[in-house]
Design a protein around this ligand. Sequence first.
Ligand SMILES: Cc1cc2nc3c(=O)[nH]c(=O)nc-3n(C[C@H](O)[C@H](O)[C@H](O)COP(=O)(O)O)c2cc1C
Length: 265
Amino acid sequence: MGISSILSDIKNDRNSNNKNLKDNSPPLPKIDSKEFQKVLDTRRSVRVYTDEEIPEKIVNKCLENALKAPTSSNLQTWEIYWVRSKDNKDKLIKACFSQPAAKTAKELFVFVARPDHWRRNNDMMLDYINTRDNPPNSVLNYYGKITKYAYNQGFLNLFGFLKKLLIFFLGPFRTIPREPTSFSDMKVWSQKTTALACQNFMLSMRAYGYDTCPMEGLDSTRIKKILKLPNKAQICMAISAGKRENKGVYGKQLRFDNKIFIKEV
Ligand SMILES: Cc1cc2nc3c(=O)[nH]c(=O)nc-3n(C[C@H](O)[C@H](O)[C@H](O)COP(=O)(O)O)c2cc1C
C-alpha cells in the first residue's frame, strides 16, 4: 500500500461526485427559527445557580444531543463524564478552583477529547460497515486505508515525521492534507470535535430551560486523576449546569464589532 496511492485515494474520495448515492434523508420538519434564535440569544455563561434540580430525563436528553454534534471522520473521539457522586463532585469543584460556576452548580460534566481512541473507533466503524450488505467500496476504502494514513502517527511519531517530509516536498506542487502529523495535531483534531459536542450540550440545556457555564479554569491533571483517565486523554472543558440565579449572569453579553471577525473574501 504505497503512500502515493493513498494520496490519490484521498483526492478521489474528496472529489467523488456521489452520482450513485441513494436518497437517505427523511423529510425535513418545518423549523421555527425564532425559537432557535431565542435559545441562542439567551444562552449565557451562568456563574450562580438556584437550588432547583434538573430532571434526569432532561440531562440525559442533553447528553444525547451533545453526541449528535458533527465529528471528524465520524470517529467520535470524545467522552462525557457526568460527575454524580458527592465525593467526585467535591473533588471536581476543587479542581475547578472552587469557582462559583462549579460550586453552585446542580450538575457537573467533564467533556474529554480522546485522540487516543481513534483506532478503536475506526475498528468499530469497520465492524459496523462490515455488518451491512454490500458496503460501498468508497466507505471501506475510507476507513480501511485513508483514516489509517491520516490519523496514524506511528511509533515515536515516525510515521507522522514521514508525512511531514512528504508534505514538505510535495506540498508546494499539489493539494495535500497537512495535518495531523503529530500527537499534538491529534489533540487539536479531537478537541475540535469535542468542543462541538460541548456547544450542542449547552444549547440543548438552554432549549430545555436550564443554563450552563463552560469552564477551562481548571487543573486538568487533577481532573484526569479524579476520572481515572490516561495521560493521552485531553480535558476539553468542564461544564456546570442548573437553573440560573437572577444575578447569575455577570452583565450584558459583550461581543466586539462583527466586522472585526467576519471577513468576506
Ligand atoms: C473554552 C471556554 C472556557 C471557559 N472557562 C470559563 C471558566 O473557567 N470560568 C468562567 O466563569 N467562565 C468560563 N468561560 C465562559 C466565558 O467567560 C464566556 O463564554 C464569555 O465571557 C462570554 O460570555 P457568554 O458565554 O455569557 O456569552 C469559558 C468559555 C469557554 C468557551
